[in-house]
Design a protein. Structure first.
Length: 95
């Protein structure tokens, strides 16, 4: 039987996770400007579009897809090749 997700608040959950992550990262540097946003779409296209006028784009090195063992994921690779600003790819902490 298929699962019914019609009442799930995916955007709300993502927004709360984002808020906590930004708070954790910027906790020691509250004067750093950040504009957290939850948007729906393909991550690579959304990131390069959002960074069109940015000074720097900093994506994670890889996601959790089928090729998680790769050194550089498809989203990061797309950003490196298509972003209009410099891109600094960082490696996430292994937890």
């Amino acid at each position: 039987m298929p699962t019914d997700y019609s009442d799930a608040d995916f955007e709300g959950h993502a927004g709360e996770n984002l808020r906590r992550t930004v708070e954790e990262v910027l906790g020691e540097h509250p004067d750093v400007s950040a504009v957290p946003q939850v948007v729906e779409g393909h991550p690579a296209a959304l990131l390069t579009e959002a960074a069109r006028d940015a000074d720097l784009l900093v994506p994670d090195s890889h996601g959790h897809g089928a090729f998680a063992g790769m050194l550089l994921g498809s989203v990061s690779r797309h950003c490196v090749h298509h972003a209009a600003c410099p891109v600094l790819v960082v490696r996430a902490d292994e937890r």
